[in-house]
Design a protein around this ligand. Structure first.
Ligand code: ADP
Ligand code: ZN
Ligand code: ZN
Length: 710
């Protein structure tokens, strides 16, 4: 035998099975002292998995040293993940109460797991052979900036931020992002910029604008719609510093970017920045954290900022936290010289219309007039399908889903009843399944019905060229196929559609040039929702939707946003009419402060799924009890516990999905650190409870920190 190689002990972050209770890196042996951040392949149980070296271990506990296995190898010449990235991952894991290895590995492109060292070496070679990242020059003279843009950029240049760019739709926020990026990239030949967007499929235009400005070689995108090789290539380009700009959805916030100097979060209020499974992180919040960590400037942009960001950007003298710099751009581009203003908001009092009216006569007339002039209209209805419920008037049968506490939606197009929660689909019955009555009817309306109805109503109207009006629908059903959304959007842009019906999908970000009328058909339900964020979401949806109208200065003056409502005097609609986000935000914040809700308090939800509702709630009750009895150290944790309020477990809004009962329990605190401390201390208690035979009925549990829907 030859001399045994020297042994080094390394702690490696690996993706341990969820809820195994192992949150920390595992110890392995290596013949080389691998630097932290190195990607390695290690044995785990019977498998070999990818891991990230987290630390060198000087002297492991004897039992760890005995049981430690050898690493299987390293991943070629890939430079180690830097300290900042590791600090970010460490923070995300701690803050969102997940295992470090899970968060670290989920942040890496999946293909890294399957590549051998040789394959890896080949990819790296290809990467270095490719065109180098473009040298960026600041080209400020291209277009004169508006005074709002000028002053926003000036402050971004001079102050450290984070910045909340509060700019009306069409005020030129994107231009500000690009100029800020240009300056950062021109100043430092290595600097990198991250641009986050809520849904990349909805914003191909943004990508196109960046590529046009900065060149294809400098921009990579990162989102779940890419193939595994594309994702790997993009990730490697960012990690190697070759990609100067990374444009992506929430997952991109965890990308390795060693020279990150600027982070932009566009439409920062958008709920899709919050991950809804696994580590339930908020990409917006992590972006702010990451900016501070690496000294990168952060710009959060929105026409309707989240109330969290609004509060952060409110001056201390107004009761805000004063942490963010608010930069306002209240005018649309062109408005300064009397051009494009904002659409006029018109409310239709539906309580004066005959019951069951879907489209009021004045709205119908307005749509018809516009279509006859060759202009486009967008009709928003946040319900897909033909009708949300099918029912029998004789016996009271309703189209309940057998597996969920929800109704199955009637889809007329393929004559199905579909559950939007579990996917259970059946053909529509010919007669009532319970009494045989042949005359079964619908309750409520969805986008399919609106599309059909508006088509019939507008049949007599002709377009300027004498051809009939064309109605199209865009929602999750119409865009199932890959690329179908792009195709449908392209048709709208090309003017092949006169009236577009859709869900909130059509309200976001698209730059429709010929739309002069936007209508919310039935937005009232959000006014009375049990979710305290519902009004905030409705307001931003409506204002975003209004922003789709009149983007072209030539048609802007006459553009309109219609709201059909039973409550035309509601303060939310009053604020909308005035395009006054600030006053809406201030009044919401006053209510939130009085009710003790975020952003004035901090929340976490403990969720449990089980075979029965009782079992789910019993688990949550036991967790609260365990916290009360176990967290009595007389020190920090106990003190923190005393700063939290635990609410009783309740069923979730949709209580049963796919035959699993769901319950949740809210924990609230005025102090974020106290809440954090308590949640961390609860982790081992929860793992122990889960293993207790008494809670055998539990399917899974999870902690949601800063939940969006409560
Ligand atoms: P936002 O992102 O705030 O909705 P955009 O950045 O998309 O607004 O700008 C709206 C439109 O105005 C775009 O077509 C953009 O090209 C144009 N634009 C932006 N800044 C200027 C400017 N300084 N001068 C002329 N046009 C501009
Ligand atoms: Zn019946
Ligand atoms: Zn179902």
């Amino acid at each position: 035998m030859t001399n045994p190689a020297p042994v080094h002990w390394i702690a490696v972050a690996v993706a341990t099975p969820a809820h195994s209770g192992i949150g920390t890196p595992l110890t392995y042996r290596s013949t080389e002292p691998l630097p932290p951040g190195t990607l390695v392949r290690v044995p785990l149980g019977k498998r070999e998995v990818l891991g990230v070296v987290w630390a060198l271990v000087e002297e492991p506990e004897p039992e760890l040293a005995d049981s430690a296995r050898d690493i299987a190898g390293t991943l070629g010449e890939l430079p180690p993940l830097d300290e900042h990235w590791r600090a970010l991952i460490g923070f995300a894991a701690r803050y969102y109460q997940r295992a470090l290895g899970e968060v670290a590995l989920a942040a890496l492109p999946p293909q890294l797991r399957t590549l051998s060292a040789t394959q890896m070496a080949r990819r790296l070679k290809r990467l270095h052979a490719a065109e180098p990242g473009q040298k960026i020059e600041a080209r400020e003279s291209l277009q004169a900036l508006s005074t709002d843009q000028e002053s926003a950029l000036g402050r971004i240049e001079q102050e450290s931020g984070p910045f909340l760019l509060f700019g009306t739709t069409g005020s030129g926020k994107t231009e500000v992002y690009m100029r800020a990026a240009e300056r950062v990239l021109a100043r430092d030949p290595e600097a990198q910029v991250m641009v986050l967007v809520p849904e990349i499929n909805l914003t191909p235009q943004l990508e196109a604008r960046f590529v046009t400005r900065f060149g294809e070689a400098s921009v990579v995108s990162m989102h779940s719609g890419l193939t595994p090789p594309q994702r790997l290539a993009g990730w490697l380009a960012a990690h190697a510093g070759q990609a100067r700009i990374v444009l992506g959805t929430r997952m991109a916030v965890l990308a390795s970017m060693p020279h990150l100097a600027l982070i932009v979060v566009d439409e920062e209020h958008d709920p899709s920045y919050k991950q809804q499974e696994g580590a339930r992180y908020s990409a917006r919040d992590l972006a702010v954290y990451r900016g501070r960590l690496v000294g990168a400037k952060v710009i959060l942009g929105s026409a309707t900022p989240s109330l969290e960001s609004w509060q952060q950007s409110r001056p201390v003298s107004d009761g805000g936290s004063g942490r963010y710099v608010r930069l306002a751009m209240p005018r649309r581009i062109g408005a300064e010289d009397g051009g494009a203003g904002l659409p006029r908001v018109r409310r239709v009092d539906m309580s004066r219309q005959p019951r069951g009216t879907l489209i009021s006569p004045p709205l119908l007339a307005a749509i018809g007039e516009r279509a006859a002039r060759g202009e486009q209209a967008l009709l928003l209805l946040n319900r897909r399908g033909y009708a949300p419920v099918l029912h029998c008037a004789d016996c009271g049968w309703k189209s309940e889903c057998p597996y969920c506490s929800a109704y199955r939606v009637f889809h007329k197009i393929d004559r199905t009843l579909r559950c939007h929660h579990c996917g259970f689909t059946e053909r529509v019955p010919r007669a009532c399944p319970s009494c045989g009555n042949l005359d079964i009817g619908t309750i409520g309306r969805g986008t399919e019905q609106l599309e059909e109805h508006i088509g019939q109503l507008l049949a007599p109207v002709m377009r300027p060229d004498g051809t009939p009006i064309r109605v199209a629908r865009i929602d999750a059903d119409s865009t199932r196929g890959k690329g179908s959304l792009e195709t449908q959007l392209a048709q709208v842009h090309a003017g092949e559609v006169d009236v577009l019906v859709g869900t909130q999908m059509i309200a976001k970000g698209h730059d429709f040039r010929r739309v002069t009328l936007v209508a919310a058909i039935n937005p009232d339900s959000a006014l009375f929702s049990s979710d305290f964020r519902a009004p905030e979401r409705l307001f931003s949806l409506l204002l975003q939707a209004a922003g789709r109208a009149g983007r072209d200065a030539a048609v802007a003056a006459a553009s309109e946003m219609w709201v059909q409502t039973q409550h035309p005097q509601h303060p939310l609609y009053e604020a909308l009419k005035a395009h006054d986000y600030s006053s809406f935000a201030e009044s919401q914040l006053t209510e939130r402060a009085q009710a003790g809700l975020p952003p004035f308090t901090h929340l976490a939800l403990l969720r449990a799924d089980a075979r029965t509702q009782d079992a789910a709630q019993a688990f949550l009750k036991a967790a609260a009890e365990a916290a009360r009895t176990a967290l009595t150290d007389g020190g920090d944790v106990q003190a923190a516990l005393e700063h939290t309020t635990w609410y009783p477990p309740v069923p979730m809004a949709v209580q049963r999905v796919a035959n699993v009962e769901r319950a949740q329990m809210m924990i609230e605190s005025l102090s974020r650190p106290a809440l954090q401390r308590v949640l961390t201390a609860c982790q081992p208690l929860l793992h122990k409870l889960r293993a207790d035979p008494e809670h055998r009925g539990i399917v899974r549990w999870a902690v949601d920190v800063d939940p969006l829907a409560v």
